[in-house]
Design a protein around this ligand. Structure first.
Ligand code: AMP
Ligand code: MG
Length: 336
């Protein structure tokens, strides 16, 4: 299949919309990461998503909308917490999980009775969704297991020849996937941390919004069981602020014949060693995270990452938990 690379002009947007309604896959930018869109009401189109990504079929997709009224068409039992989030938070880098209506088929939700819904903040994403004129199911537009793409060029690396089109928009500003908030239970719970923090949601909803951290209770968000975001080279993570340990680990890897890199808050500290910045704060770290990961794996053969949340308060903003979650998955919880 020859993939078309489309621009944000009237003609290309309307063509992207036609492709979606014809049951084809179109990758598109959002503020979080690039998505791989399909008509969420067309089972055959949605099935193509799993094939193009090599995604396990028990990992559900998020349904993207551009108008809040669409939520009521695809979800039911919209409780007061959900109403508050819909009214006061959306559009934002947040996905809400609600009981689904029958228009949303099992292929979208991987057989779950609930549906995940997101209304992106990105103007480009909403232009595309308006052109599509149907709810659009979309996971991240990467081969399953790889770091999510935050530029259209990274989508091309993974998806060229596998999908009908890519809408070439701006690089993603948030950089990590949306916060997934389950509102289908009595108490709201975060299934996946993102840029909208637990603290912010707790304050807004007047109830402590917890994060799903117990591995045994992850039944409600099958996707988070899978290995994710893995770079092609080995990676370890240090969560403390131990300069000497990092240097010793680096030197040992050099002695073993590796060309390692330190991915750290302050690369200038590591003079004479390969070092790259993790970001000025947690928001910046999120924005650059996947792009840097994909760059590092091409230049080095061992990644030694450092992320110390308490470090001078630099990494303790709203995106901190989300960045930590992605780093832990990327290194397969391989801590030093
Ligand atoms: P992705 O953004 O590509 O990682 O995929 C969407 C993620 O949203 C999935 O991996 C799940 O973790 C989550 N998700 C989607 N639908 C549901 C649902 N009905 N219930 C719980 N979590 C969901
Ligand atoms: Mg993904």
């Amino acid at each position: 299949m020859q993939t078309e690379y489309l621009q944000f002009n009237k003609r290309d947007l309307s063509h992207a919309g036609e492709l979606i309604r014809a049951g084809e896959l179109v990758a598109f930018p959002t503020e979080t990461v690039y998505g791989l869109g399909a008509n969420a009401l067309d089972e055959n189109a949605v099935a193509k998503t799993y094939a193009a990504k090599g995604r396990p079929s028990d990992n559900p997709l998020i349904v993207h909308i551009c108008d809040k009224s669409q939520i009521y068409d695809i979800a039911s039992e919209i409780n007061d917490y959900a109403k508050t989030v819909i009214e006061r938070v959306m559009p934002a880098p947040i996905t809400i999980v609600l009981p689904k209506r029958s228009v949303i088929k099992d292929v979208v939700t991987a057989g779950l009775p609930s549906v995940a819904i997101r209304m992106p903040q990105s103007a480009e994403a909403r232009q595309f969704l308006r052109a599509a004129a149907v709810p659009v199911s979309a996971p991240s537009a990467n081969i399953s297991g790889r770091p999510s793409p935050t530029t259209w060029q990274r989508v091309r690396e993974d998806m060229d020849g596998r999908i009908a089109a890519v809408l070439c928009g701006a690089p993603c500003e948030v950089g990590i996937e949306s916060t997934v908030l389950d509102l289908s239970r009595q108490e709201p719970i975060i299934l996946r941390p993102g840029a909208v923090s637990a603290e912010h949601l707790s304050q807004l909803l007047g109830v402590q919004v917890k994060l799903l951290t117990d591995p045994d209770s992850k039944v409600n968000s099958p996707g988070i069981r899978y290995k994710h975001y893995a770079p092609k080279v080995p990676m370890v993570l240090a969560l403390d602020d131990d300069f000497d340990k990092l240097c010793a680990f680096y030197d040992q890897k050099v002695a073993e014949g590796y060309n390692p890199v330190l991915w750290a808050h302050d690369p200038l500290r590591f003079v004479g060693r390969n070092a790259v910045s993790m970001g000025l704060d947690d928001g910046d770290a999120a924005t650059k995270l996947f792009e840097t990961m994909r760059m590092l794996e091409t230049k080095y053969d061992f990644i030694i990452a450092e992320f110390c949340q308490s470090k001078n308060g630099i990494y303790d903003g709203p995106a901190s938990r989300g960045v930590l979650d992605r780093l832990l998955r990327a290194c397969g919880h391989n801590l030093i």
